[in-house]
Design a protein around this ligand. Structure first.
Ligand SMILES: O=P(O)(O)OC[C@H]1O[C@](O)(COP(=O)(O)O)[C@@H](O)[C@@H]1O
Length: 249
């Protein structure tokens, strides 16, 4: 099991069939202000062919599987309702916690993200640090001059699970164009859910699930959302923010 909060993965037992990667509390900086936060998880089969390796090495390699080997993934959103959204590779489905019984009730079967939305979600304060392509893309959709001839509007909670869940429900694109979010714990599980709902997960150039992780805490730009919005964004080419003029992380 590998957690975003730990430096190294933990090997729990030799016989367990599954490998879990998790960001146990994403958006933790928002907690004191009661802003929605979430948990993200992905599940792989254990790589039995490397069972003979040393514990540390096999724990690492099991956790570094590429996203297209995920067998399940999902997130829990702690907000006005507690929502568990999950996929086992045949559609994405969301369950809402019924506080009176403690049960998660299937409330959103077979989620389909809209082909295109009218919302973009990004930390706009970084506009002047963005590359030219990303600036042009945002300027274009803001003015209703993109492929969808209506002005987009902005929503940014700065809590990945909440921004992603809204995008899944309403369509559009949720993004963090700089090397901040983590491939193993955040980008892969959410991209699997997005794809299972008919959406896309991209680093601005490549499909997230096809990227082979090389480091456990590898960070990358992340764009999640409606397929037509992601394709339009990618067509601008230069959308990954490579400069960090001094943000905390
Ligand atoms: O500061 P930025 O680039 O807007 O990043 C905000 C993002 O960082 C996160 O807080 C995750 O960061 P951490 O993994 O460091 O907690 C997301 O929930 C949020 O979407």
């Amino acid at each position: 099991m590998a957690s975003e909060e730990d430096d190294a993965p933990v090997w729990i037992t030799d016989n367990a069939p599954f490998v879990v990667v998790t960001d146990p509390l994403d958006g933790s900086r928002n907690i004191d202000a009661s802003i929605p936060s979430g948990t993200i998880f992905g599940i792989y089969n254990r790589l039995t062919e490397i069972d003979n390796l040393q514990t540390e090495e096999k724990a690492l390699l099991n956790s570094l599987q590429s996203g297209n080997r995920l067998i399940a993934a999902g997130y829990v959103l702690y907000s006005s309702a507690t929502i568990l959204c999950t996929t086992f590779g045949s559609g994405a489905h969301a369950f809402t916690l019924d506080h009176s019984t403690g049960d998660f009730v299937l409330t959103h079967p077979d989620i389909k993200i809209p082909l295109r939305g009218q919302i973009y979600s990004v930390n706009d304060a970084r506009y002047f640090d963005w590359p030219e392509g990303l600036r042009r893309y945002i300027d274009t959709i803001r003015q209703g001059k993109g492929k969808f001839p209506k002005k987009y509007f902005a929503r940014y909670i700065c809590s990945l699970v909440a921004d992603f869940h809204r995008t899944l429900m309403y369509g559009g694109v949720a993004m963090n164009p700089r090397d901040h979010l983590r491939l193993v714990y955040e980008a892969n599980p959410l991209s699997f859910v997005a794809e299972q709902a008919g959406g896309k997960g991209s680093d601005g150039k490549n499909r997230i699930l096809s990227i082979q992780p090389v480091k456990l805490h590898q960070r990358l730009p992340l764009f999640l959302g409606s397929p037509e919005d992601i394709e339009e964004l990618e067509s601008y080419g230069d959308v990954q923010q490579t400069v960090n003029p001094g943000y905390d992380v």
